[in-house]
Design a protein around this ligand. Sequence first.
Ligand code: GTP
Ligand code: MG
Ligand code: ZN
Length: 326
Amino acid sequence: MPARLVRVDRGSCEAVTGDGRVRAEFGAEPAADPSAAPCSGDWAALLPGPRPTVQALLPRRTAIVRASAARDSHGQVLAANVDTIVVAVSLATWPDLGRLERLLALAWDSGATPVVALTQADRATDAAEAQEAVRPAAPGVEVLITSAHTGEGVPELAALLTGTVALIGVSGAGKSSLGNALLGAELLATGEVRAGDGKGRHTTVTRELFPLPGGGVLIDTPGLRSVGLHGTAEGVDRVFADIEELAAGCRFADCGHVAEPGCAVLAAVESGELPLRRLLSHRKLSRENEWAASRTDARLRAERAGRLREITRNQRAMYRVRGRKR
Ligand SMILES: Nc1nc2c(ncn2[C@@H]2O[C@H](COP(=O)(O)OP(=O)(O)OP(=O)(O)O)[C@@H](O)[C@H]2O)c(=O)[nH]1
Ligand SMILES: [Mg+2]
Ligand SMILES: [Zn+2]
Protein backbone atom coordinates (compact mmCIF):
# COMPACT_ATOMS: atom_id res chain seq x y z
CA MET A 1 0.00 0.00 0.00
CA PRO A 2 1.57 3.36 -0.97
CA ALA A 3 1.89 5.77 1.94
CA ARG A 4 3.64 8.94 3.00
CA LEU A 5 5.34 9.12 6.37
CA VAL A 6 4.05 12.16 8.23
CA ARG A 7 5.80 11.62 11.54
CA VAL A 8 8.56 9.26 12.59
CA ASP A 9 8.87 8.08 16.19
CA ARG A 10 11.14 5.48 17.71
CA GLY A 11 10.39 2.14 16.05
CA SER A 12 7.18 3.24 14.36
CA CYS A 13 5.64 6.09 12.42
CA GLU A 14 2.42 7.76 11.40
CA ALA A 15 1.66 7.29 7.72
CA VAL A 16 -1.05 8.58 5.44
CA THR A 17 -2.47 6.12 2.93
CA GLY A 18 -5.30 6.40 0.43
CA ASP A 19 -7.54 5.06 3.19
CA GLY A 20 -6.44 7.48 5.89
CA ARG A 21 -3.90 7.67 8.65
CA VAL A 22 -2.32 4.60 10.19
CA ARG A 23 0.47 3.79 12.62
CA ALA A 24 3.06 1.60 10.98
CA GLU A 25 5.91 -0.40 12.47
CA PHE A 26 9.33 -0.61 10.89
CA GLY A 27 9.74 -4.06 9.45
CA ALA A 28 13.35 -4.65 8.58
CA GLU A 29 16.18 -4.24 11.05
CA PRO A 30 17.73 -0.77 11.03
CA ALA A 31 20.16 -0.10 8.20
CA ALA A 32 23.81 0.55 8.97
CA ASP A 33 23.50 3.96 7.33
CA PRO A 34 21.21 6.10 9.53
CA SER A 35 20.39 8.33 6.55
CA ALA A 36 18.61 5.32 5.02
CA ALA A 37 16.22 5.16 8.02
CA PRO A 38 12.60 6.29 7.51
CA CYS A 39 12.10 10.02 7.86
CA SER A 40 9.25 12.55 7.66
CA GLY A 41 8.27 13.10 4.06
CA ASP A 42 9.39 9.67 2.85
CA TRP A 43 7.17 7.73 0.47
CA ALA A 44 6.84 4.13 1.53
CA ALA A 45 5.37 0.78 0.66
CA LEU A 46 3.33 -0.51 3.60
CA LEU A 47 2.36 -4.10 4.16
CA PRO A 48 -1.28 -3.73 5.26
CA GLY A 49 -2.79 -5.71 8.09
CA PRO A 50 -3.78 -5.28 11.72
CA ARG A 51 -0.23 -4.02 12.34
CA PRO A 52 0.92 -2.37 9.12
CA THR A 53 4.66 -2.41 8.52
CA VAL A 54 6.96 -0.29 6.39
CA GLN A 55 8.32 -2.71 3.79
CA ALA A 56 10.34 -0.32 1.65
CA LEU A 57 11.12 3.33 1.15
CA LEU A 58 11.03 4.90 -2.28
CA PRO A 59 14.19 6.68 -3.47
CA ARG A 60 14.11 10.28 -2.23
CA ARG A 61 13.63 13.00 -4.82
CA THR A 62 15.22 15.52 -2.48
CA ALA A 63 16.51 15.35 1.09
CA ILE A 64 17.68 17.88 3.65
CA VAL A 65 20.87 16.33 5.02
CA ARG A 66 23.22 17.77 7.59
CA ALA A 67 26.37 16.30 9.08
CA SER A 68 25.23 14.14 11.96
CA ALA A 69 26.12 15.02 15.53
CA ALA A 70 27.52 11.50 15.93
CA ARG A 71 31.15 11.39 14.95
CA ASP A 72 30.76 9.28 11.84
CA SER A 73 30.65 10.29 8.22
CA HIS A 74 26.94 9.62 7.72
CA GLY A 75 24.56 12.51 7.29
CA GLN A 76 21.33 13.05 9.19
CA VAL A 77 18.21 13.48 7.08
CA LEU A 78 15.93 16.21 8.42
CA ALA A 79 13.13 15.81 5.86
CA ALA A 80 12.61 13.97 2.59
CA ASN A 81 10.97 14.87 -0.70
CA VAL A 82 10.80 18.59 0.05
CA ASP A 83 10.13 21.08 -2.75
CA THR A 84 10.43 24.43 -0.99
CA ILE A 85 12.53 25.27 2.05
CA VAL A 86 11.60 28.33 4.05
CA VAL A 87 14.69 29.54 5.88
CA ALA A 88 13.37 31.51 8.86
CA VAL A 89 15.54 34.37 10.14
CA SER A 90 14.26 36.50 13.00
CA LEU A 91 14.31 40.28 12.68
CA ALA A 92 14.16 40.62 16.47
CA THR A 93 17.96 40.88 16.24
CA TRP A 94 20.24 41.80 13.35
CA PRO A 95 20.44 38.82 10.95
CA ASP A 96 23.52 36.59 11.14
CA LEU A 97 24.52 36.42 7.47
CA GLY A 98 27.09 33.64 7.91
CA ARG A 99 24.50 31.41 9.50
CA LEU A 100 22.03 32.24 6.74
CA GLU A 101 24.61 31.30 4.07
CA ARG A 102 25.14 28.00 5.85
CA LEU A 103 21.40 27.28 5.97
CA LEU A 104 21.04 28.23 2.31
CA ALA A 105 23.87 25.88 1.30
CA LEU A 106 22.07 23.08 3.17
CA ALA A 107 18.83 24.04 1.44
CA TRP A 108 20.29 24.16 -2.09
CA ASP A 109 22.10 20.88 -1.52
CA SER A 110 18.80 19.18 -0.74
CA GLY A 111 17.56 19.76 -4.28
CA ALA A 112 14.66 21.92 -3.06
CA THR A 113 14.23 25.65 -3.73
CA PRO A 114 14.92 27.94 -0.77
CA VAL A 115 13.02 31.08 0.21
CA VAL A 116 14.17 33.38 3.01
CA ALA A 117 11.45 34.50 5.41
CA LEU A 118 12.56 37.36 7.62
CA THR A 119 10.27 36.78 10.60
CA GLN A 120 8.90 38.84 13.48
CA ALA A 121 8.98 42.04 11.42
CA ASP A 122 6.80 43.70 14.04
CA ARG A 123 9.80 43.48 16.40
CA ALA A 124 12.34 44.86 13.92
CA THR A 125 13.84 48.32 14.21
CA ASP A 126 14.14 48.60 10.42
CA ALA A 127 12.90 45.57 8.49
CA ALA A 128 13.60 47.07 5.07
CA GLU A 129 17.22 47.85 6.01
CA ALA A 130 17.69 44.27 7.25
CA GLN A 131 16.19 42.94 4.03
CA GLU A 132 18.67 44.97 2.00
CA ALA A 133 21.53 43.61 4.10
CA VAL A 134 20.34 40.02 3.66
CA ARG A 135 19.79 40.11 -0.12
CA PRO A 136 23.48 39.98 -1.17
CA ALA A 137 23.91 36.89 1.05
CA ALA A 138 21.12 35.12 -0.81
CA PRO A 139 21.62 35.56 -4.56
CA GLY A 140 18.80 34.09 -6.60
CA VAL A 141 16.64 33.61 -3.51
CA GLU A 142 13.44 35.52 -2.65
CA VAL A 143 13.78 37.41 0.64
CA LEU A 144 10.44 38.30 2.22
CA ILE A 145 9.58 40.37 5.27
CA THR A 146 6.98 38.55 7.37
CA SER A 147 5.26 38.69 10.73
CA ALA A 148 3.21 35.85 12.13
CA HIS A 149 1.65 38.29 14.59
CA THR A 150 0.47 40.96 12.15
CA GLY A 151 0.16 38.66 9.12
CA GLU A 152 2.49 40.88 7.09
CA GLY A 153 4.03 39.05 4.13
CA VAL A 154 2.24 35.78 4.86
CA PRO A 155 0.08 35.73 1.69
CA GLU A 156 3.15 36.71 -0.38
CA LEU A 157 5.11 33.85 1.16
CA ALA A 158 2.23 31.39 0.68
CA ALA A 159 2.19 32.34 -3.02
CA LEU A 160 5.83 31.19 -3.39
CA LEU A 161 5.32 27.79 -1.80
CA THR A 162 4.80 24.63 -3.82
CA GLY A 163 4.51 20.96 -2.96
CA THR A 164 6.12 19.89 0.26
CA VAL A 165 7.38 22.86 2.26
CA ALA A 166 9.88 22.62 5.13
CA LEU A 167 10.60 25.35 7.69
CA ILE A 168 14.18 25.46 8.94
CA GLY A 169 16.14 27.84 11.17
CA VAL A 170 17.44 28.27 14.69
CA SER A 171 15.23 27.85 17.75
CA GLY A 172 13.17 30.94 18.42
CA ALA A 173 13.30 32.13 14.81
CA GLY A 174 9.51 31.86 14.71
CA LYS A 175 9.19 28.83 12.43
CA SER A 176 6.19 27.32 14.19
CA SER A 177 4.47 30.70 14.52
CA LEU A 178 4.95 31.30 10.80
CA GLY A 179 3.82 27.73 10.14
CA ASN A 180 0.57 28.38 12.02
CA ALA A 181 0.04 31.57 10.00
CA LEU A 182 0.49 29.56 6.78
CA LEU A 183 -1.72 26.71 8.03
CA GLY A 184 -4.39 29.16 9.11
CA ALA A 185 -4.72 27.35 12.45
CA GLU A 186 -2.78 26.97 15.68
CA LEU A 187 -1.61 23.43 14.99
CA LEU A 188 2.04 23.88 15.96
CA ALA A 189 3.23 24.56 19.50
CA THR A 190 5.20 27.78 19.92
CA GLY A 191 7.33 28.83 22.85
CA GLU A 192 8.68 31.91 24.53
CA VAL A 193 12.32 32.79 23.96
CA ARG A 194 14.68 33.04 26.94
CA ALA A 195 14.67 36.44 28.56
CA GLY A 196 18.47 36.73 28.84
CA ASP A 197 19.75 36.08 25.34
CA GLY A 198 16.59 35.91 23.25
CA LYS A 199 17.35 32.32 22.22
CA GLY A 200 14.56 29.81 21.71
CA ARG A 201 13.80 26.95 24.07
CA HIS A 202 13.63 24.22 21.41
CA THR A 203 9.87 24.03 21.64
CA THR A 204 9.38 21.97 18.48
CA VAL A 205 10.69 18.43 18.95
CA THR A 206 9.10 16.49 16.07
CA ARG A 207 8.90 16.89 12.33
CA GLU A 208 5.33 16.42 11.22
CA LEU A 209 3.56 17.02 7.92
CA PHE A 210 0.40 19.13 7.92
CA PRO A 211 -1.76 19.84 4.87
CA LEU A 212 -1.68 23.49 3.74
CA PRO A 213 -4.98 25.20 2.92
CA GLY A 214 -3.78 26.13 -0.58
CA GLY A 215 -2.54 22.61 -1.36
CA GLY A 216 0.74 20.93 -0.50
CA VAL A 217 2.02 20.05 2.96
CA LEU A 218 4.14 21.79 5.57
CA ILE A 219 6.90 20.25 7.72
CA ASP A 220 7.91 22.23 10.79
CA THR A 221 11.33 21.22 12.13
CA PRO A 222 13.06 21.56 15.52
CA GLY A 223 15.44 24.51 15.80
CA LEU A 224 18.88 23.66 14.42
CA ARG A 225 21.65 23.90 17.00
CA SER A 226 24.39 23.10 14.55
CA VAL A 227 24.33 22.92 10.81
CA GLY A 228 27.34 20.95 9.69
CA LEU A 229 27.44 20.72 5.92
CA HIS A 230 27.33 17.29 4.40
CA GLY A 231 26.76 18.07 0.79
CA THR A 232 28.38 18.50 -2.55
CA ALA A 233 30.08 21.71 -3.62
CA GLU A 234 26.90 22.58 -5.50
CA GLY A 235 24.98 24.09 -2.59
CA VAL A 236 27.90 26.30 -1.58
CA ASP A 237 28.46 27.32 -5.22
CA ARG A 238 24.86 28.47 -5.50
CA VAL A 239 24.96 30.48 -2.28
CA PHE A 240 28.11 32.14 -3.57
CA ALA A 241 27.01 32.49 -7.19
CA ASP A 242 28.48 36.02 -7.26
CA ILE A 243 31.93 34.69 -6.28
CA GLU A 244 31.66 31.90 -8.86
CA GLU A 245 30.88 34.53 -11.47
CA LEU A 246 33.81 36.72 -10.45
CA ALA A 247 36.08 33.66 -10.43
CA ALA A 248 35.57 33.29 -14.16
CA GLY A 249 37.75 36.42 -14.48
CA CYS A 250 40.68 35.04 -12.43
CA ARG A 251 43.92 34.49 -14.33
CA PHE A 252 44.24 30.86 -13.18
CA ALA A 253 41.38 28.45 -13.73
CA ASP A 254 42.14 26.76 -10.37
CA CYS A 255 42.56 30.05 -8.50
CA GLY A 256 41.99 29.66 -4.76
CA HIS A 257 41.35 33.41 -4.32
CA VAL A 258 43.91 33.61 -1.51
CA ALA A 259 46.97 35.42 -2.86
CA GLU A 260 47.14 34.49 -6.55
CA PRO A 261 48.11 37.17 -9.05
CA GLY A 262 45.32 38.28 -11.34
CA CYS A 263 42.61 37.12 -8.92
CA ALA A 264 39.33 38.80 -9.87
CA VAL A 265 37.71 37.82 -6.57
CA LEU A 266 40.39 39.54 -4.47
CA ALA A 267 40.17 42.53 -6.78
CA ALA A 268 36.43 42.72 -6.09
CA VAL A 269 37.11 42.63 -2.34
CA GLU A 270 39.70 45.36 -2.82
CA SER A 271 37.25 47.56 -4.73
CA GLY A 272 34.51 47.00 -2.17
CA GLU A 273 32.27 45.18 -4.64
CA LEU A 274 32.49 41.92 -2.64
CA PRO A 275 32.41 42.01 1.17
CA LEU A 276 35.46 40.28 2.70
CA ARG A 277 33.07 38.60 5.13
CA ARG A 278 31.48 36.79 2.22
CA LEU A 279 34.78 35.57 0.78
CA LEU A 280 35.78 34.19 4.20
CA SER A 281 32.39 32.56 4.66
CA HIS A 282 32.75 30.92 1.23
CA ARG A 283 36.17 29.59 2.16
CA LYS A 284 34.93 28.19 5.45
CA LEU A 285 31.88 26.42 4.01
CA SER A 286 33.83 25.01 1.04
CA ARG A 287 36.46 23.53 3.36
CA GLU A 288 33.80 21.99 5.54
CA ASN A 289 32.14 20.32 2.55
CA GLU A 290 35.49 19.00 1.29
CA TRP A 291 36.24 17.57 4.71
CA ALA A 292 32.82 15.83 4.86
CA ALA A 293 33.36 14.49 1.34
CA SER A 294 36.81 13.12 2.17
CA ARG A 295 35.42 11.34 5.24
CA THR A 296 32.63 9.83 3.16
CA ASP A 297 35.20 8.71 0.58
CA ALA A 298 37.29 7.08 3.31
CA ARG A 299 34.24 5.25 4.63
CA LEU A 300 33.22 4.06 1.14
CA ARG A 301 36.76 2.80 0.52
CA ALA A 302 36.69 0.88 3.80
CA GLU A 303 33.27 -0.57 2.97
CA ARG A 304 34.46 -1.64 -0.50
CA ALA A 305 37.52 -3.30 1.01
CA GLY A 306 35.26 -5.10 3.48
CA ARG A 307 32.99 -6.34 0.71
CA LEU A 308 35.99 -7.53 -1.30
CA ARG A 309 37.27 -9.50 1.70
CA GLU A 310 33.84 -11.08 2.10
CA ILE A 311 33.68 -12.07 -1.58
CA THR A 312 37.13 -13.65 -1.37
CA ARG A 313 36.10 -15.53 1.75
CA ASN A 314 32.92 -16.80 0.06
CA GLN A 315 34.84 -17.87 -3.01
CA ARG A 316 37.36 -19.81 -0.95
CA ALA A 317 34.51 -21.55 0.88
CA MET A 318 32.90 -22.38 -2.45
CA TYR A 319 36.11 -23.88 -3.85
CA ARG A 320 36.50 -25.95 -0.70
CA VAL A 321 32.97 -27.36 -1.15
CA ARG A 322 33.62 -28.09 -4.83
CA GLY A 323 36.94 -29.71 -3.98
CA ARG A 324 35.20 -32.06 -1.60
CA LYS A 325 32.60 -33.02 -4.23
CA ARG A 326 35.24 -34.10 -6.71
N1 GTP B 1 6.32 39.74 18.01
C1 GTP B 1 6.40 38.59 17.35
N2 GTP B 1 6.79 37.50 17.99
C2 GTP B 1 6.84 36.33 17.31
C3 GTP B 1 6.53 36.26 15.93
N3 GTP B 1 6.73 34.99 15.53
C4 GTP B 1 7.13 34.30 16.61
N4 GTP B 1 7.19 35.12 17.68
C5 GTP B 1 7.56 34.71 19.04
O1 GTP B 1 8.85 34.12 19.04
C6 GTP B 1 8.90 33.04 19.98
C7 GTP B 1 9.39 31.78 19.28
O2 GTP B 1 8.48 31.42 18.27
P1 GTP B 1 8.34 29.93 17.73
O3 GTP B 1 7.39 30.00 16.59
O4 GTP B 1 8.03 28.98 18.81
O5 GTP B 1 9.84 29.67 17.20
P2 GTP B 1 10.45 28.36 16.55
O6 GTP B 1 11.37 28.82 15.49
O7 GTP B 1 9.38 27.44 16.14
O8 GTP B 1 11.31 27.75 17.74
P3 GTP B 1 11.69 26.20 18.04
O9 GTP B 1 10.47 25.37 17.91
O10 GTP B 1 12.23 26.25 19.42
O11 GTP B 1 12.74 25.85 17.03
C8 GTP B 1 7.49 32.91 20.55
O12 GTP B 1 7.45 33.56 21.78
C9 GTP B 1 6.62 33.63 19.55
O13 GTP B 1 5.46 34.18 20.11
C10 GTP B 1 6.11 37.46 15.28
O14 GTP B 1 5.82 37.51 14.09
N5 GTP B 1 6.07 38.59 16.04
MG1 MG C 1 8.99 25.51 16.62
ZN1 ZN D 1 40.76 34.14 -7.86
